[in-house]
Design a protein around this ligand. Structure first.
Ligand code: DOR
Length: 434
């Protein structure tokens, strides 16, 4: 087994270090020894260390994405752990959590361990596997949570499908509690959504496409919150996309329910109008679907008031041939690893809507806390994972330059300002912007 090779001493010099977890914001040097943070201070003298010049740059705790599809094992023609972990690094992520809808499904410790080992061997971004809630993600029989946790799983989820049977979900929340694992829910009542191709509203009516009402999500979240309370469990709500969903999570948090929630960049920055504007581009087809402007605004409010804990990409690579079909037939999903941070910075930080420290929190300590992951903070003695960010660098999103094997993004051609220029994992630079 490989592992992350160590650089014995690394000095990240002169950047503005922003770490909301410790309240730090100021110019400092970061000294890394044996893969761990040794010291963060001004004017560190370490003549024998390799130097990363970060003058004019921002230095963050390594960014963490709670929700990606790496497609391996089984769908390597869409993405692999190698290409996905490379895409993560290029997007500024030092760690990602991999959803279990692979083939075979990650519903057993042997699959969990294989994914964790393969990622370590590759040595790019860290990959934390997420085990399936139910065997084969069929929603019937619980997987062995304890064994999967031992093999490296950090959460359980049947992402892509809701656990429709309330009794199974209740038991999942109770069982996961024994191992302190969060249960991540893909909230979608399929009896309401009918797996409709887009959001139900004026736009879907005009376009004549099959559609799912926002209530298919909020009703599912309401049930899961109630079950979480009943089971005294720990719930994580994936890709919250409606105003009502944000309100439900907000109320539940106020009641003391152990719930965390993520939003995606595409639900923040695009609406269902995009299906029409793009002339039915299947790159806009995603589940949950792009919603109304009112919903997107509610997600920003959830970010500002702390209801939302993390920004996650739901990076869902598909082969070009699979997306080159009519809108109704295309698979759901878009890639996000290489655009998320830049889009968030451009749309919400550079515009003054969200403070930079809040952005950092949503990409580091927020996700780390949600899944109890190591990292997410610049603490002396912990693994030296860093994201170095140039707030002034700009580019036009060009899918041809992606490290990901897939190109299915609706953001092609969009100008962004603020880019990850270096990603460091365990004291080793795994990505440097060319
Ligand atoms: O758009 C999506 N794609 N939503 C999901 O829930 C699953 C994902 C996938 O696996 O492609």
């Amino acid at each position: 087994m490989g592992g992350y090779p160590l650089v014995s001493r690394l000095l990240v010099r002169g950047g503005r270090v922003i770490d909301p977890a410790t309240g730090r914001d100021g110019v400092a040097d970061v000294l890394v020894e044996e893969g761990r943070f040794a010291s963060i201070a001004r004017g560190i003298d370490a003549r024998d260390a390799a130097v990363l010049d970060a003058a004019g740059m921002l230095v963050f705790p390594g960014f963490i994405d709670l929700h990606v599809h790496l497609r391996e094992p089984g769908f390597e023609y869409k993405e692999s752990i190698l290409s996905g972990a490379g895409a993560a690094a290029a997007g500024g992520f030092s760690a990602v959590c991999a959803m279990p809808n692979t083939d075979p499904v990650n519903d057993h410790r042997t699959v969990t361990r294989w994914i964790a080992d393969r990622a370590r061997e590759i040595g790019l971004a860290r990959v934390y596997p997420i085990g399936a809630i139910t065997k084969g993600m069929r929603g019937e029989e619980l997987s062995e949570f304890g064994e999967m946790k031992e093999a490296g799983a950090v959460a359980v989820s049947d992402d892509g499908r809701w656990v429709a049977n309330g009794s199974v979900m209740r038991r999942a929340l109770e069982y996961a509690r024994l191992f302190d694992l969060p249960v991540a829910t893909h909230a979608e009542d399929e009896t309401l959504s009918g797996r409709g191709a887009m959001n139900e509203g004026a736009v879907s009516t005009r376009l004549g496409l099959s559609a799912q009402p926002p209530e298919a999500e909020s009703i599912a979240i309401a049930r899961d919150l109630a079950l979480c309370e009943l089971a005294h469990g720990r719930l994580h709500v994936c890709h919250v996309s409606t105003a009502r969903s944000v309100a439900l999570v907000r109320e539940a948090k106020a009641r003391g329910v152990r719930v965390t929630a993520e939003v995606t960049p595409h639900h923040l920055f695009l609406t269902d109008e995009e299906v029409s504007l793009s002339a039915f581009s299947t790159a806009t087809k995603v589940n949950p679907p792009l919603r109304s402007p009112r919903d997107a605004e509610a997600l920003v409010e959830g970010i500002l008031d702390g209801t939302i804990d993390a920004v996650a990409t739901d990076h869902a690579p598909h082969h070009a041939d699979e997306k080159a079909v009519d809108y109704e037939s295309a698979p759901f999903g878009m890639v996000g690893l290489e655009t998320a941070v830049a889009l968030f910075h451009t749309r919400l930080v550079a515009t003054g809507r969200v403070p930079i420290a809040r952005m950092v929190e949503l990409f580091s300590s927020g996700p780390a806390r949600a899944f109890s992951l190591p990292g997410g903070r610049l603490a002396e003695g912990s693994d030296a994972d860093l994201t170095i960010f140039d707030p002034a660098a700009s580019t036009v999103i060009d899918p041809r330059s992606f490290r990901s094997r897939a190109r299915n993004t609706p953001f092609a051609g969009v100008k962004v300002t603020g880019l990850a220029v270096s990603t460091v994992v365990g004291g080793r630079e795994i990505y440097r912007r060319p």
